[in-house]
Design a binder for this molecule. Structure first.
Ligand code: GDP
Ligand code: ZN
Length: 316
């Protein structure tokens, strides 16, 4: 939903947000330095007025050559990645902050070795993506260090569940074209545990050494680099990558012991047969999910991930 624009207004994409300043990329690729003002309108009820990934209408202020403007309108968000706001800095009582919006897919960045594939963490990301209804792409980096047979075995349960998987090596370039193909013309949020090679991958994808500070700080030398902020970077073949913080920062408050079972797609069939309709699939006799895990119809490690996440969630 966009609104009518006058001569000094145009559409753009918010690529950075920091300290009340926003970098907005015009369709031509030109980046504008923008602020909000009292007249900024939004149709999003969220507490975050403008977030990285938002489609906005900008009105240029003053000199065209300066590329400065104000955001007059924020379009409706299709999807959001949300985190809990730092309470100490939260003066207005808001609970959550939109880290990034209008995401087409969550790219879960993992590594095959150094650090070894952390299946428990992958399952946490998958639960989050299922709960958020965001398509997921599993990216396994550092395949140059991996035993390919072992890796194939580790990934088999995810292939069986039809999750998209790309195996790459940022070092050798193996698989990188397949990854590029999965990212073209989409907005992909990259998230992963530190050390897996997320920065190396992003640098390889954008085709230039990533500026440590991004557009906002280079423009007029504003801002200090903070890794916790999301930054959106254009891909050479079309599409964008958003570098986001790790899953610990995501707001998982909507996931409960009560609804966790729905974010494990392979549980949905067997759980119809559980003896108790309120079965939590942890200790109950006649649990068909547990039986399926014992008989190998549900991958045992996936079931163990379920138990671990279940334990980590508060009792209602
Ligand atoms: P980040 O914390 O996820 O952003 O990880 P970095 O991009 O900083 O990478 C962590 C380390 O892994 C660095 O020493 C990289 O050089 C190394 N690395 C990244 N990608 C690969 C890869 O494909 N193969 C190997 N062998 N090392 C890699
Ligand atoms: Zn059960």
């Amino acid at each position: 939903m966009s609104r009518e624009k006058n001569d000094h207004e145009f559409s753009g994409l918010v690529t950075e947000a920091r300290g009340g300043m926003y970098a907005v990329e015009e369709r031509t690729g030109r980046v504008w330095l923008c602020r909000t003002f009292r007249g900024t309108k939004t149709c999003n009820g969220d507490t975050t007025l403008v977030a990285v990934g938002d489609h906005v209408t900008v009105r240029s202020t003053g000199d065209e050559a300066e590329a400065e403007g104000v955001i007059v309108y924020v379009d409706e968000r299709r999807s959001c990645l949300v985190r809990k706001r730092d309470r100490k800095r939260n003066r207005s009582g808001e609970e959550v902050q939109v880290i990034a919006s209008n995401i087409d897919q969550l790219a879960v960045i993992t590594s095959a070795m150094e650090p070894p594939l952390n299946r428990r963490l992958v399952d946490r990301y998958l639960v989050f993506a299922e709960y958020s209804d965001i398509p997921v792409l599993i990216v396994v980096n550092k395949t140059d260090l991996a035993n390919h047979e072992v890796l194939a075995t580790e990934l088999a349960p995810y292939r069986d569940l039809s999750y998209r998987i790309v195996t790459v090596s940022a070092s050798t370039g193996a698989g990188m074209n397949i990854l590029r193909h999965q990212l073209v013309n989409r907005v992909s949020a990259f998230s992963g545990h530190s050390g897996v090679g997320k920065s190396t991958l992003i640098n390889a994808l954008i085709g230039e050494e990533r500026q440590m500070t991004g557009a906002l700080s280079t423009a007029k030398n504003r801002g200090v680099h903070t890794t916790s902020n999301a930054v959106m970077l254009p891909l050479p073949d079309g599409g964008h990558v958003i570098d986001t913080p790790g899953i610990r920062e995501f707001n998982l408050s909507g996931i409960s012991r009560e609804n966790l079972r729905f974010w494990f797609p392979e549980f949905l069939g067997p759980m119809q047969e559980c003896a108790y309709s309120s079965c939590t699939h942890t200790v109950e006799p006649g649990c068909a999910v547990m039986k399926a895990a014992e008989e190998g119809r549900i991958d045992l490690q996936r079931y163990e991930s379920y138990l671990a996440i279940f334990d980590s969630l508060d009792e209602i």
